[in-house]
Design a protein around this ligand. Structure first.
Ligand code: BES
Ligand code: ZN
Length: 876
């Protein structure tokens, strides 16, 4: 694998950079001067570095043989490199390159780029900041832009005297330049680090600050006037930094940590060392308006990025094929820390529904990929910032934690951090650390999950219950979402840790399944008539297919809430996936749903929402079955509404608020036309129109679904009211409520107006796909509209997004072309992308099309099942 990587030549190694940049925020350009200390390993007359969209004025080299001037500067646009060719040979030894160059402050949210925003007085302002991961440090200054080429960075910025500027490290000096209009800010040397983690920002900001218990100065920079909106993130950051110091056993090595809200940002956030950048909605919390969902999001984004300060920044993957070491690990840690900060959020229960579902959905496709994915050209990495690296990656870490136990798990991490700090690692280094801390052959187990794609379904071949024990015969098989046949030469095996739960709790014993079949015996803990739940707490990424007897017992456990929320949610999510794959009868799933009639747990309801919503979507074109699904949905949602109600209660906790949000979301899909629901939504919306700050009548968690109910029942006036809020809302999170719901407007004319609005320039490039998605999700016509719009405006969309991060185009593809339930649509979409290839998004297209075909299989299964008979629905 490693021999295939495309890397810069190793004859010259960088040691330190001194980069000085002078941005012009009016002309959108900058001048750059850079000194790179290098070590010449083999005499050469050419030095090759990465560079993209830069202009070069000169390059000289002081080396052991004297001073050399580059006589030729060859820019290779395709390889994003620059070659400096010298008239004489550079001698082996230490040398210094001096490069003079210039660049553009682009508006593509990558490299050194500009953002526009309106300040509190309504004046248009410009700020500049950076986004380098994965390959855009080269877009700001020439460098060896590879994660293993770690160096010390000394950054200097020349900026207008009235602006603030910062970088990874604290300011070292600040000098006013002749004329008084500009100042030169020099920052302290960074530790040895990878180029993708370098960052700087220039603009006007407010900030809030605090000191961690361990003495790190933390600041949150916000747009002027919004300082208090940084308070929540600041608290999360201070607490989690202290927690990580202890957890990883190596203290955060920099004297400060800045976190900045950037007006235009392609991703959610970026972990630059000492200078974490965020999309505004992912860091700012309006203390009055913010929903519980937003608070949770901000907390987990902060804990995720701060986890990277260790996993990623201090210890970095050697090459992008181990990206999961960064993202999977940070995604595990994000939950661990949020759980420690807010135990009542029950993060791990939520994890087993949200992250787990995303991992298992994607990894059940043949177009998935292994966690450890071969990356030849670095550009391929953009495509693997996906649910495999993040969600399956964190899922296997969770599994390791379950098998190792907390103590061995943590001990291993501490020695891994100490051993590899300021260095680079491969996945095997992590296994080695855990093997040493635990004495267990954990690498063998983990490899089976990280080196091959997919995951198993554990099928119960038979079970018997006697003498207070259950004997269960199991088989493992590669699980594919469409149930397609696994040919003999495709067979895979995993090393599966089997954890079990019974009505007396989660058992201590872990059975290791290494072969395709295995028999286990489970002690029922004194409750001979009780249940055995496999994959206790859903800690292993797999599905379980029970036999009738075990399922019958589980139903009793679900009804009586005798098992935890993760397990109740897990049985349901597995059942749904098994039905799609043809391994369980649809009628059984519908009957299972009835077991959740008394359910009032927020997390289990999230799983229920997934299943009910999925069934509703899949059967949209079959009125008979859809009618049955809608009725079941209404019945069970109605019971929840009766219990939970619309009004916030004094004693409500975080999860109660989330639950009410889920409930109203479900109402907006299943019950939007019921009189009682309409009335509730209408008076709340009327209050909101009078005063948008009235969070009592219309709490934030409900805004987007209530807007949907209003839009679905209203005409042009409702549309104008909701859309109008986009213009008057000053908070981005509030604007997002509009973007997420606006497509629910019923008239085709208005839906089309939404789509056109999204690409008119009125909505930021970072956000416009949300509104496309809302049209797409709204109805069958909505789906057709967005797909046609995508085709018809393909060139324009490409032009808009071509140079920005590939993840934005991925989002547009999924939000405008995904989700159909027919083979014909799959063919059509496949053909379109064959004729209009998008190499950077190819994997996403493949996955989208494959998921569509699986949906079509699913619909066929439903139509040919007892769900098509009136007698089935009557029997419920
Ligand atoms: N390192 C990533 C940011 C990133 C993503 C860079 C894709 C290049 C390509 C960062 O740590 C991250 O994972 N951000 C997430 C949010 C996080 C809470 C899951 C994001 O931006 O969505
Ligand atoms: Zn990350």
């Amino acid at each position: 694998m490693s021999s295939e990587k495309v890397l810069l030549p190793a004859n010259v190694e960088p040691v330190r950079y001194d980069v000085k940049l002078s941005p012009d925020l009016e002309k959108f350009t900058y001048d750059g001067e850079e000194k790179v200390s290098i070590s010449i390993k083999e005499a050469t007359n050419t030095v090759i570095m990465h560079a993209k969209e830069l202009s070069f004025w000169s390059c000289t080299c002081k080396h052991a043989g004297g001073n050399a001037e580059a006589v030729e500067i060859q820019v290779n646009i395709k390889e994003t490199t620059v070659a400096f060719v010298f008239s004489e040979e550079l001698k082996v030894g230490d040398a210094v390159l001096e490069i003079v160059f210039g660049g553009l402050l682009n508006n593509q949210m990558a490299g050194f780029y500009r953002s526009g925003y309106d300040d509190i007085h309504g004046n248009r302002k410009i700020m500049a900041s950076t986004q380098f991961e994965s390959l855009d440090a080269r877009r700001a200054f020439p460098c060896w832009d590879e994660p293993a080429r770690k160096c010390v960075f000394g950054v200097t910025l020349v900026v207008p005297s009235n602006l603030t500027a910062f970088s990874n490290m604290p300011e070292l000096s600040c000098n006013s330049l002749p004329g008084g209009k500009l100042k030169e800010l020099k920052f302290m040397d960074s530790p040895k680090m990878s180029s993708y983690l370098v960052a700087f920002c220039v603009g006007e900001f407010d900030f809030v600050q605090d000191m961690t218990k361990h003495g790190v100065l933390v600041r949150v920079y916000t747009p002027p006037g919004k300082g208090v909106h940084g308070d929540f993130a600041l608290k999360c950051a201070c607490k989690s930094l202290d927690l990580y110091d202890d957890f990883f056993g190596v203290p955060y090595p920099l004297p400060k940590l800045d976190m900045v809200a950037i007006p235009e940002f392609a991703m959610g956030a970026m972990e630059n060392w000492g200078l974490v950048t965020y999309r505004e909605v992912d860091v700012l919390i309006d203390p009055v308006k913010a929903s519980s969902q937003q608070r949770q999001r901000v907390c987990t984004v902060v804990t995720h990025e701060l986890a990277h300060q260790w996993f990623g920044n201090l210890v970095t993957m050697d090459w992008w094929d181990d990206l999961w070491l960064n993202e999977g690990f940070a995604s595990w840690t994000e939950n661990m820390a949020a759980d420690a900060l807010f135990p009542d959020w029950k993060m791990w229960e939520q994890y087993s529904v949200d992250h787990a579902a995303a991992a298992l959905r994607l990894d059940a496709l043949r177009s998935s990929h292994p966690i450890q994915v071969p990356i030849k050209h670095a550009e391929e990495v953009e495509e693997v910032f996906d649910a495999i690296s993040y969600c399956k990656g964190s899922y296997v870490v969770r599994m390791a934690h379950a098998v190792l136990g907390r103590e061995n798990f943590q001990k291993g991490l501490v020695s891994y951090m100490k051993k590899h700090q300021y260095g680079n690692t491969v996945t095997a280094d992590l296994w080695a650390a855990w093997e040493e801390s635990s004495g267990m052959p954990i690498g063998e187990m983990m490899k089976s999950w990280t080196e091959q794609m997919g995951y198993p379904v554990l099928k119960v071949l038979g079970s018997s219950f006697s003498g207070g024990k259950a004997t269960i015969e199991l088989e493992q098989k590669w699980f594919l979402s469409d149930g397609s046949e696994v040919k003999a030469d495709e067979a895979k095996l995993w090393c599966v840790p089997i954890l079990t739960a019974t009505s007396s709790g989660v058992g201590d014993e872990i059975h290791m399944m290494r072969e395709d079949k295995m028999k286990i015996v489970v002690d029922m803990g004194g409750d001979a008539g009780g249940f055995v739940k496999l994959n206790a707490e859903q800690q292993v990424p797999m599905r379980v297919c029970y036999d009738d007897e075990m399922l019958k017992r589980l139903v009793v456990g679900i009804k009586g809430k005798l098992m935890g929320a993760s397990d109740r949610a897990g049985v349901l999510a597995d059942a749904y996936a098994l039905v799609k794959a043809g391994m369980m009868q649809p009628g059984q799933l519908i009957r299972l749903l009835k077991a959740y009639e008394e359910e009032d747990d927020a997390t289990v309801w999230e799983a229920l929402e997934g299943v009910l919503g999925g069934l509703d979507k899949a059967t949209a074109e079959n009125d008979f079955i859809n009618g049955g699904v809608k009725k079941i949905g209404r019945d069970i949602i109605g019971k929840l509404v009766a219990k939970v109600g619309w009004d916030a209660r004094e004693e409500d906790g975080h999860l109660d608020k989330l639950l009410r949000g889920t409930m109203v979301r479900l109402l907006s899909v299943f019950c939007y036309d019921e009189e009682g629901v309409k009335k509730e939504a209408e008076w709340r919306f009327a209050k909101f129109l009078e005063d948008a700050a009235d969070m009592q009548a219309l709490p934030s968690d409900m805004r987007s679904p209530v807007f949907k109910i209003i839009l679905k029942n209203g005409g042009d006036a409702a549309f104008a009211d909701v859309k109008g809020y986009y213009d008057t809302a000053t908070d981005n999170a509030e604007k997002k409520h509009v973007l997420n719901s606006i497509g629910s407007t019923t008239s085709l004319k208005n839906k089309l107006a939404v789509i056109e609005w999204t690409t008119s320039g009125a909505i930021k490039l970072q956000d416009f796909f949300y509104a496309i998605g809302s049209v797409h999700r709204s109805s069958k016509e909505g789906m057709e509209l967005t797909w046609n719009y995508y085709k018809d405006n393909f060139e324009r969309l490409k032009e808009m997004l071509g140079k920005a991060s590939a993840s934005l185009m991925d989002a547009v593809i999924v939000y405008s072309c995904g989700g159909f339930c027919s083979n014909q649509k799959a063919d059509e979409i496949e053909k379109f992308f064959e004729e209009n290839p998008m190499p950077q998004n190819q994997r996403k297209v493949l996955q989208t099309v494959e998921a569509m075909r699986a949906n079509a299989v699913f619909l066929g299964l439903l139509e040919n099942s007892e769900l098509g008979d009136a007698s089935f629905w009557k029997s419920l």
